[in-house]
Design a protein around this ligand. Structure first.
Ligand code: ARG
Length: 474
């Protein structure tokens, strides 16, 4: 007979290499807290339902708390012979308290146990991610507010397009992150459903009380179908999907940061403490953090692809393939948390070079739309005004001038509708101020966005606090 917990049916012990291959303890041990909390709730339920004795549950609870202390004090020896966190804990418990420990697994399978642990683990980590997103959003608003009148060229096709406020640009990222927060709220809701009691796949013959377990572990809902409970990995795929989208946003911001701190742009300068140098080129100051975050986006997207591909052909219910859900999501959790935390610093430490941004606006034609709008407002059809402004730009290029350098004579030759007020109309400050349509880049519209953002941050913090309070500590 094998010494495994499931060894009864086996005439031989497991081949060592096979065991190493199929064991998950190396990575699932990080769910020890959830595993112990889940087992305590399960044991209490068994006692409440008369399935084990009150004496048993006391011993189990005490034993599990001891194990928790051992793990947290780094005194627990995780043994690959016991495959995963569930059997490592149960084996140690039974060694310590005997028969009562051996009763813990009544009416439970590792299939619903691992589902429970993972739901709780991802649920908790989702709250941490929500907090970090909010902190990064706060950093963005703070920098936006501090630089509320800084003008930069807005781009399309990476060509200077129209003058905008730097704050407006930053607030676009704020908006993306606000959607990320909402997505993680959705992820949270999908984690907040209790699988225990599904047994291996079909439920159990014992008179269990799933509501009681759900209540102890603060689950909002309970899986209504036992097959679904043990084979659902939607919440993992949703987490990875939200995480991928978040990383795509951080990656776009990274790309812009990298451009902006290049000598060619020189729009911002990153803090010395946030950059690295070159071992060969003494002058270098590299934006490695942004590059790495951009790079890590590929890795998180990869985890999403891996999970979708793993699940797509699986028959119901549990298959060992599902053990592959863990390394990807754990790595995604670590990666997005770290990326958010470092990016918050990058944003906070960023020095904004208003002169260089202004220069990029002054020495260009990003006010050409405003010249066309000027004529259109005086009654010229916009399409015609567009042509006149385009001709003015061409004339300027040929004569090495900017629109603000043209004389009144030159303007009058292009259209008699031009008057002295055209010089004010093409000033970048005016271009910005006049884009006062809802959601536009004008000073007052951006101010509104910033005020609104403060409210959003407050609301998000409240949501995170409420969810934090629902997490279980043994
Ligand atoms: N370590 C396993 C996992 O992560 C636990 C469930 C194992 N169940 C089984 N019947 N082999 O999926």
């Amino acid at each position: 007979m094998s010494e495994k917990m499931w060894g009864g049916r086996f005439a031989k012990t497991t081949d060592e290499m096979i065991n190493d291959f199929q064991a998950s303890i190396e990575f699932d041990k990080r769910m020890y807290h959830e595993d112990i909390a889940g087992s305590i709730a399960h044991a209490r339920m068994l006692a409440k339902c008369g399935i084990i004795s009150d004496d048993d549950v006391k011993k189990i609870e005490k034993g599990l708390k001891n194990i928790l202390t051992q793990i947290e004090e780094d005194k627990f020896n995780f043994d690959v012979a016991f495959e995963d966190i569930h059997m490592n804990v149960e084996k140690r418990l039974t060694d310590a308290i005997g028969e009562a420990g051996a009763r813990l697994h009544t009416a439970r399978s590792r299939n619903d146990q691992v589902a429970l642990d993972t739901h709780m683990y991802v649920r908790r980590e989702t709250v941490s991610v929500m907090r970090l997103i909010t902190e990064m959003m706060e950093a963005l608003v703070n920098v936006a507010e501090k630089n509320e009148d800084v003008i930069m060229p807005g781009y399309t096709h990476l060509q200077r397009a129209q003058p905008i406020l730097f704050a407006h640009h930053l607030m676009a990222y704020f908006a993306m992150l606000a959607r990320d927060f909402e997505r993680f709220c959705g992820v949270y809701a999908r984690c907040d459903i209790m699988p225990l009691g599904a047994g291996a796949l079909a439920g159990t013959t014992f008179p269990i009380d799933r509501e009681y377990v759900a209540k102890q572990l603060h689950f909002e809902r309970i899986y209504k179908n036992s097959l679904d409970a043990v084979s659902d990995r939607d919440y993992i795929m949703e987490f990875l999907s939200a995480a991928s989208m978040l990383m795509v946003h951080l990656s776009r911001l990274s790309e812009e940061t990298i451009l902006w701190c290049s000598r060619e742009f020189s729009f911002v300068e990153l803090d010395d403490a946030h950059c690295t140098g070159s071992s060969m080129m003494p002058q270098k100051k590299n934006p490695d953090v942004s590059e790495l975050v951009r790079g890590k986006s590929g890795r998180v997207i990869g985890h999403l692809m891996a999970m979708l591909t793993t699940v797509k052909g699986l028959p119901l219910a549990y298959n060992k393939d599902l053990q592959e859900d863990k390394e990807g999501i754990f790595d995604a959790i670590d990666t997005i948390k770290f990326s958010l935390a470092v990016y918050e610093r990058i944003i906070r430490g960023m020095k904004v070079n208003r002169e260089m941004m202004k220069k990029a606006v002054d020495e260009d034609f990003s006010n050409a739309t405003d010249l066309a709008d000027y004529l259109a407002k005086k009654g010229m059809p916009f399409r015609k005004a567009h042509a006149v402004s385009g001709e003015a730009v061409r004339y300027c290029i040929e004569h090495k001038k900017w629109l603000s350098d043209l004389t009144m004579d030159e303007y009058k030759k292009m259209s008699p509708m031009f008057e002295d007020d055209v010089y004010d109309a093409v000033r970048p400050e005016t271009c910005v101020k006049n884009r006062n349509s809802l959601g536009g880049t004008s000073y007052s519209q951006v101010k509104m966005q910033i005020d609104d953002a403060r409210e959003i941050i407050k609301a998000q913090k409240k949501i995170a606090d409420e969810k934090e309070a629902m997490q279980i500590t043994v």
